[in-house]
Design a protein around this ligand. Sequence first.
Ligand SMILES: Nc1ncnc2c1ncn2[C@@H]1O[C@H](COP(=O)(O)OP(=O)(O)OP(=O)(O)O)[C@@H](O)[C@H]1O
Ligand SMILES: Nc1ncnc2c1ncn2[C@@H]1O[C@H](COP(=O)(O)OP(=O)(O)OP(=O)(O)O)[C@@H](O)[C@H]1O
Ligand SMILES: [Mg+2]
Ligand SMILES: [Mg+2]
Lengths: 265, 265
Amino acid sequence: MKSIAIINQKGGVGKTTTAANLGTALALEGRRVLLLDLDSQSNLSMHLSGEAGDALIPGERSSFELLVDKMPLEEGIQRLESEGLWAVPGSQDLAGIEMAMAQTIGRELTLRDALHAYEPDGEVRPGFDYILFDCPPSLGVLSLNALAAADYLLIPLQTEFFSLQGMAQLMEVVQVVQKRLNPELEVLGVLPCMVDSRTRLAGEVITELERHFETLLLRARIRKNVKLAEAPSFGQSIHLYAPESNGAADYRFLGKEILARLEAE
Amino acid sequence: MKSIAIINQKGGVGKTTTAANLGTALALEGRRVLLLDLDSQSNLSMHLSGEAGDALIPGERSSFELLVDKMPLEEGIQRLESEGLWAVPGSQDLAGIEMAMAQTIGRELTLRDALHAYEPDGEVRPGFDYILFDCPPSLGVLSLNALAAADYLLIPLQTEFFSLQGMAQLMEVVQVVQKRLNPELEVLGVLPCMVDSRTRLAGEVITELERHFETLLLRARIRKNVKLAEAPSFGQSIHLYAPESNGAADYRFLGKEILARLEAE
Ligand SMILES: Nc1ncnc2c1ncn2[C@@H]1O[C@H](COP(=O)(O)OP(=O)(O)OP(=O)(O)O)[C@@H](O)[C@H]1O
Ligand SMILES: Nc1ncnc2c1ncn2[C@@H]1O[C@H](COP(=O)(O)OP(=O)(O)OP(=O)(O)O)[C@@H](O)[C@H]1O
Ligand SMILES: [Mg+2]
Ligand SMILES: [Mg+2]
């Protein structure tokens, strides 16, 4: 099983859109995928809720209970039949997680331990090939838990000025996590999102990215595509909502690129 | 003096762009404006740094010291001659503010007290007509400090599905703040940002906004305009970078609308 943390502390760069549509793209390739919504806004849960506006299934069993109440992972897992994958929903309670875990010893390692304790049995507890973590726009305890638990880090990045600026700070944090909490953590790559090839700005930012992060840049590019912004209001992934769109094609390409990278090793 | 908190826990909706360009629009109308950067990414400081990439002036005197080290406000204020206003920069240290203030009694009222302690003398300590707070994409201790200290709340909102979803949560928090911390807090309004009138989605979201938040919707609309995304890489407001652009016109209109609302009272 391989886990991928999807992180960028800059807001609105395409983290949730990537978690939802990469997850479902991997499921379309026949992989068994679990999505973990670690954001108090629960956008990932809404994105794939089937009914616009209803979170996955609200209630007591979310990633908050997993981290704070030591709920076993299998109690939070819900099957999303229409998208062919599984998910643990987020919760508004996550907004108070910093205080809730302030006194927890080794608090950044809670998620890692919860995942280690999960023993798939192929029936009640399905085995997964991939787990994706959708994170909030910050480098607080939730993103740190995801970095400490993950095998890989995927960094969605909007091709605009502020997104580029935050990369240095993110890389600093990654190095500390690799040293102290998770030596196995590997940076899978940087994914340019919402790329609008008509603007000069996007081209300039990609040139900057190639200069500073050459080896990290994935080949995939997610083009700006209004269908990607519409899909969440129908509670569907792009592959269900608009399978012929650029958005669906770009995320399928990303899925294949990641499988080629991670399964060829 | 009137203070305006610019808040939306959804990421990437235009908070920093609004703080920078509304602030400078008010300065162009002859008002004395102070900007407070409460975000650990310090995007507001970068946006108006004059030199692309250099934060306002990095160093020990930021909003972190104001909140945690009881630094007097006047020690953090820097003059931005080219934009005709004053600003207190942000700092990466703000990322650790939740823990730093975990044991502080009445921690959400720290900013209010720091502003109350400031006594303008017209020379060393300028008097301000407006103070704008740029906040991170969360409803944690920084945004709560801004809500507790502010006279008004301005909510930038991207005309997309996830932005609409977060409004209910934000309004819940506002009601608690009004009851417990700041009965004077008034919602100035919701500001549609990055409006792309070509897409059906934007129209649908505005219709939803009008249905749910009719009285709160400002008349101003900030259209999608690539000049607004380019300006930060030159360290300038839109009014300096591209004064003839739609972006500059929309923020000047917003400035006039807010002055008419707040100064007619
Ligand atoms: N390639 C794209 N083309 C068009 N719209 C997109 C694209 N990717 C994402 N969006 C839209 O842009 C907005 C921001 O995306 P998203 O919510 O996935 O970002 P995020 O990084 O998860 O935000 P947050 O920081 O708040 O968690 C959403 O409204 C989404 O529908
Ligand atoms: N009206 C607009 N037209 C085009 N681009 C815009 C507009 N407003 C903002 N942008 C760009 O969109 C991105 C997000 O805006 P901004 O950083 O101001 O949002 P934010 O809410 O402050 O984000 P965060 O949640 O990370 O603090 C930036 O790259 C900005 O330059
Ligand atoms: Mg998100
Ligand atoms: Mg911002």
